[in-house]
Design a protein around this ligand. Sequence first.
Ligand code: FES
Ligand SMILES: [Fe+2]
Length: 421
Amino acid sequence: MTETAQATGVGSEHVIEGPGLRFRVKRTAMTSEEVFRAELAKVFGRTWLYLGHESEIPNPGDFVRRPVGGRPLFMVRGAKTGAVNVFHNTCTHRGAVVCRVDKGTSKVFQCFYHAWTFDSEGRLVGVPGEDAYGDDLDRSALGLGRARTESYRGFVFVTFDPDIEDLPTYLAGARQYLDYVVDSMDGNVEVVPGTNEYGFDANWKLLVENSIDGYHAASTHDTYFKYLVALGTDLSIGVTGVTKDLGNGHAVLEYQAPWGRPVALWEPLFGEDSKEEIAALRAELTDKHGEEKALVMAERNRNLLIYPNLIINDIMAVTVRTFVPTAPDRVEVTAWELAPQGELPQLRQRRLDSFLTFLGPGGFATPDDLEALESCQQGFASGGVEWNDISRGMGRDPQATDEEQMRAFWRRWRVQLDATD
Ligand code: FES
Ligand SMILES: [Fe+2]
């Protein structure tokens, strides 16, 4: 008997591998309240979760506030230490949310309820009417609650699991793909100010699958391909590549595609006048990293999943997207654009155009993708069919239109949902 066949639990009830080249996921994984509650504890409570990028808070007191794994947190650059501090966004007095705006710069965070005040290192520095506590109010024990935080090359993650491995170990094979992103920008990556925020009515795991799915590109995104042709893009190379399981549930779809890349593969969408600049960037990459790595960084596209809910699309633009499920059939998404610091203004403009044209909330891709995901969720409600089929390519070396990368996600999800502690 295989290990898979012996496993039991919510995960194994929903993800079944075999017999033969079959991989199935039970649709209640996307619809059940019970599964959703189990996920919050067993997936979002037991992984490293992306919070933000260090470049978003360059100066002392800079902060951003975000929900992570369903919990309100905020990240602030400490004025004393210069460190990236991540705090649970709750007052140590009686619980109110302390940081009440999405971003800004502040020396202190004052709770609006009774005005306890904390500094950017989380220390309690002000208590109105402190003498009412006698001598027993220990300010040092009443600082903001810290979330366990680690960064990898500027990407800040938090975890609620005290026993989890360190972040680099957790990232496993995904580290190399984060390195490609950062190295292709010479280590000087910044998040472009501003966010895309949107929500949709489907299960969050459908967006995981969709974000690394090469199979749907030609059918769902037909309009985009027609648009590229109209601009003079040669589609003959098609979308060809591989999918890889990177360990710990992380996965990548890596491929060549007809569209260009701001670093560094020119296409008509970027305009004739940017041809030289993009060629210069390409030459620089080859000088620094050698032809082989430069080719991978400049010409290959990557849709990277860092389990469970971070997507880095290193494609016609580099986007970072994370999402928070709020119900089995509801997701809130936030996306950012990454770019090299000090990028030439024209290239920055083209990068943003390229990002919004395909991946923006009103771009060629996102509305069509969300329509597909909501359509799946509506289809599940129809009943009569219990299982999704995710077997594509099981009998061969996984290609760009296969589903091995999704199976990598689901295998990890199964192990986590089976856990009993
Ligand atoms: S709850 Fe924050 S000061 Fe009372
Ligand atoms: Fe898509």
